[in-house]
Design a protein around this ligand. Sequence first.
Ligand code: ATP
Length: 399
Amino acid sequence: MEVTRKTRRLGVFGGTFNPIHSGHIYMALSFAGQLGLDRVLVVPTMIPPHKQALGLIGHGERYAMCQIACAPYPQLVPCDLELRRGGSSYTVDTLRALHRYYPGWELCLLVGSDMFFTLEKWVRSEEIFALATLCAAARSPGELQALARKKKELEALGARCEIAGFPELTVSSTQLREMLAEGEAPGNLLPPGVGEYIAEKGLYRRKFSLEQKDYLPELEKLLTPYRLNHSLCVAKAAEKLALGLGISEKKAYLAGLLHDICKDMPKEQQLQWARKSGIIWDRKLTCQPQLWHGFAAAAFLREKLGIDDADLQNAVCYHTTARAGMSPLEKAVYLGDYISEDRTYPDVDEVRRLAKQSVDEAIFYTLRYTLGRLAEKGEPVCTLTWEAYNELWSKLFPC
Ligand code: ATP
């Protein structure tokens, strides 16, 4: 007698998970029950293309929280596919890859209503419709009719859709980030263990800003999501280094957060700001537009943001070139930019190792690396960088 094996079904549940919350787990488990899913992959995005990444923390920590939240449920499996792929996380690429890794499985893309309502605008949506069944859950009461209308609309475009048959749970990551920033207890809105992880790592605390100002809205206007994520990673790295350097962690965090504030501006605008920074300009600087954004940021902080803290201005000013006589804060931002968790260049692990041992040695290593690369390419070397290198050489290798 021929035994027919039922097609296995794989739930694919993507999100920023910033942080993962009980609504996510409830939705994944409820869909697993309703649709008979054999496994649900919980897939944190690297850079979300479908939403603004407000207050996005590092991907390593978001993934770790997914692992903690899924641990009690064997059918929920955290998946770092998009984190390893890097860049903007397009769902269509993920579904294609999963079809290769899970041949013969039926893919079910699990989304909340906010995502379901925008699905036809996602990159290569028609391919997404062909690759997976779309499974939508309501996020607030009274959404079922709107979901049913959208289902019809998407089906007319060739999609296969399922609407959740379980009640909605209105929690969101935004709500949790706000609660955590205010120091409120999240109670059971966070899955067991996730709250402890957040507390231990000090995540989502309201960060210090000079005069308690929140610079994130300004950064969100000026930076691409990619650059904003990088700035948050550098802020964290500088904050960590500050501890060993004996300086204010809060100030180091802020300097790291703001260091690239001018980097996504058009070059002419960067040049205009850079010329206001007060640094001595020479022909080599004119030929190296990649250096302008740091100098520009110093003037921008002073004139646009009203930050008159000279050490903080210098930390953003020299974060690319370095200079002789760097203050501990300048070192924290310069090195933080090299070892932040989003960095993947070949020597990054060596620099991270050195940074734990000696900040000066790690900086010397990066300066050698930078000078070597510039010389290889036949490019000029900024005088500030030479001076930083020579100063550290004298310090580290006394005659
Ligand atoms: P934020 O508040 O930062 O926008 P979020 O709570 O929407 O975050 P995401 O990680 O962006 O969380 O969501 C991942 C997926 O989970 C999305 O498809 C989203 O619609 C869905 N989702 C999030 N919360 C719920 C919920 N309470 N019920 C059902 N689906 C949810």
